[in-house]
Design a protein around this ligand. Structure first.
Ligand SMILES: Nc1nc2c(ncn2[C@@H]2O[C@H](COP(=O)(O)OP(=O)(O)OP(=O)(O)O)[C@@H](O)[C@H]2O)c(=O)[nH]1
Ligand SMILES: [Mg+2]
Length: 292
């Protein structure tokens, strides 16, 4: 009897093992077929990680697509999968005053200027700019953007203290929309927190306030993660990616967006006022990624 059970049991185990082999062969087989596909290389070449790329293709497999499906059909299907993956990055409606923060050269001032001058964003509503100056102008490299804003015929006020901000805000009431520019956010965390605490004191009374974190898409070494941003004294509601025209690596930007898990409000794809900004949407981004 014991022998009989052992034999039967052993048989069942053998069957399971064979089945497992067949299954893993099938999975590896499917992935392998995709790995050789030009669209797989396309996504890797744009900087997407193999794990994310494989995930997208596995979703396609589950939906019945295979490597010899018509390439254009696959492109659209991939764009749709990518769009779904980027769901968390869908922008929210922007309301209220907008504050732009972010590291040096990210493109805060340029983005703000483009927004202020773009008929697509504010139409006939009149924007005004407030720039927060560094606490000690002589100790940090600082390029005062006031002249630039004036050159583009924008009303601008500079502030350094909560009191100055209070007065600037009451003067800004005649305008429909307030955009606030800030100096470079230091990369070092303690210094960044100190600067944001100072800014927080100035903007605490502004309701509603949208804090846009501006990031240069060509950079990869910056320390920003979801947790880092959430723990800042003035934590951002949305991110904006700039310098997208200077990188083919939009796949890397996808990875960054997935890691930040925040709405992306704007993207910038050029230096000129006429180059943007673009209102970001996951569909637009996914279609651009797939060259559609
Ligand atoms: N190619 C390209 N250049 C950009 C883009 N956005 C900004 N720039 C350029 O990047 C440089 C820095 O932009 P700023 O807007 O001054 O950056 P910032 O974040 O205000 O910099 P700080 O005030 O020094 O912290 C400028 O030369 C801009 O013209 C973009 O989308 N594409
Ligand atoms: Mg600036």
């Amino acid at each position: 009897m014991e022998n009989f059970i052992e034999t039967r049991f052993g048989h069942v185990l053998d069957r399971i093992e064979q089945l497992e082999h067949r299954l893993s062969d099938a999975v590896i087989g499917a992935s392998n077929r995709w790995v050789a596909h030009p669209l797989y290389s396309h996504l890797l070449a744009r900087g997407m990680r193999p794990a994310t790329t494989t995930r997208l293709f596995e979703n396609l497999s589950e939906k019945g697509f295979h490597a010899d499906t018509d390439e254009n059909q696959l492109r659209w299907a991939l764009a749709q999968e990518l769009r779904r993956l980027l769901e968390t990055t869908a922008p929210k409606r922007t309301i209220g005053t907008q504050l732009f923060i972010g590291p040096s050269g990210a493109g805060k001032t340029s983005l703000l200027l483009k927004l202020a001058k773009s008929p697509d964003f504010y139409g006939l509503r009149r924007p005004t700019v407030i720039t927060i100056q560094p606490e000690d102008i002589s100790s940090v490299p600082y390029q005062d953007p006031t002249a630039l804003f004036r050159r583009f015929d924008l009303s601008v006020q500079n502030v350094k203290t909560p009191e100055e901000m209070y007065h600037a805000l009451s003067r800004a009431r005649r305008f429909d929309h307030i955009l606030i520019d800030t100096p470079s956010l230091p990369l070092e965390e303690a210094a960044a927190r100190k600067m944001l605490l100072r800014i927080k004191k100035m903007v605490d009374a502004i309701m509603p306030l949208q804090v846009q974190f501006v990031l240069n898409a060509t950079r990869i070494l910056e320390p920003y993660t979801h947790d880092y941003l959430q723990k800042l004294p003035l934590h951002p509601n949305a991110v904006a990616f700039t310098h997208l025209d200077e990188t083919e690596g939009w796949g890397r930007v996808v990875e960054w967006m997935l890691a930040l898990r925040m709405p992306v409000q704007f993207v910038s794809v050029g230096t000129g006022i006429d180059d943007g900004p673009h209102a970001y949407s996951p569909s637009w981004f996914a279609e651009e990624m797939m060259d559609l």
